[in-house]
Structure formats: structure tokens, C-alpha cells
Ligand binder design. Structure first.
Ligand code: HEC
Length: 131
């Protein structure tokens, strides 16, 4: 009787310890995931798209969200090319219109015709198509 009791007593003790560790691990992982910036490789970006992402980080991300649909100083650009029309302006979601918006700006958005090279705008468009 006393042996079986110790056996029952011991096993759950180890189990609790392990599940506590698992809980801590899961907690740490989920906390990291919420904050962590994905790498270019994790996003599956090719070199051109990755170059466009750097332009985006430098010039656009202070006003636009890329991976969340919440607005910042400008509308979210998440999934912008997945719909036929841009969410905020209602303009057709194609390279020509978005190219114009980037070069000449819109209302409170500055234009980038001077700041970005043609290649940088091309890279940026390639990246925006991945959102
Ligand atoms: C200072 C803030 C700011 C910066 C920086 C900025 N934008 Fe904007 N952007 C805006 C605002 C505000 C609008 C909404 C304009 C309007 O009223 O139509 C906008 C609109 C847009 C739109 C149209 C969205 C829609 O749904 O109609 C696109 C595309 C866009 N921006 C891309 C970019 C890109 C790419 C960059 C970086 C090169 C950038 N923006 C930089 C503020 C900004």
C-alpha cells in the first residue's frame, strides 16, 4: 500500500514540473512572437523584394502598417494588391496608380520622386505586392 502510494505520489510531481516548464516555454514563445520582426527569409522575400522592404522601412513604415490592418498616420497597406481597389482612396490597386502615389504623394503623404531612384521604386512595388 505504501509503495503504490509513493509511486502515485511521485509521478504527478515530475509531470507538474514538466508541464510548468512547457507553460513557461509557451509563454516565452508567444510573447516573442507578438513582438518579433520576421526575417526576409521567413517572409519568403526574394532579393528585390527584400531591397524594397528596406526602402519601406526607411520611408513608409512610420505612416503605414504592412502586417497589421490598423491605420497609422496613413491607411494600412496590408493586402493592398489583393483587392481590386485601394482601401482608402478607392483607386485601382495596380502598379501604375501606386507608382503615381509613391512619386507624387497624396494629401498628407509626401511624394518620393526626388528621394527614391527608379530602381528603389521598382523594388518597393515588388515588396508591396507581397503584403
Ligand atoms: C507622412 C506619412 C506618410 C508617409 C511617410 C507615407 N505615406 Fe502613404 N499615405 C499617407 C496618407 C495620409 C495617405 C492617405 C492619403 C489620402 O487621403 O488618400 C497615404 C496613402 C497611401 C497609399 C494609398 C492607400 C489607399 O488605400 O488608398 C499608398 C499605396 C501609399 N500611401 C504608399 C506609401 C508608400 C509606399 C510610402 C513610402 C514610400 C508611403 N506611402 C509613405 C501617409 C504617408
Amino acid at each position: 500500500m505504501s509503495t503504490s502510494r509513493t509511486a502515485i505520489h511521485r509521478q504527478p510531481k515530475i509531470g507538474n514540473w514538466q508541464s510548468l516548464l512547457l507553460c513557461l516555454l509557451a509563454l516565452a514563445l508567444s510573447a516573442c512572437n507578438a513582438e518579433r520582426r520576421k526575417s526576409d527569409a521567413e517572409l519568403g522575400l526574394n532579393p528585390q523584394q527584400a531591397a524594397g522592404r528596406r526602402v519601406y522601412d526607411d520611408q513608409c513604415q512610420r505612416c503605414h502598417e504592412a502586417y497589421s490592418s490598423s491605420d497609422k498616420n496613413g491607411p494600412s497597406l496590408k493586402g493592398m494588391f489583393k483587392r481590386p481597389y485601394l482601401a482608402s482612396s478607392g483607386l485601382p490597386a495596380n502598379d501604375e496608380r501606386v507608382n503615381e502615389i509613391i512619386l507624387y504623394g497624396r494629401s498628407k503623404m509626401p511624394g518620393y520622386a526626388q528621394a527614391l531612384s527608379q530602381q528603389q521604386v521598382k523594388d518597393l512595388l515588388a515588396y508591396l505586392r507581397t503584403l
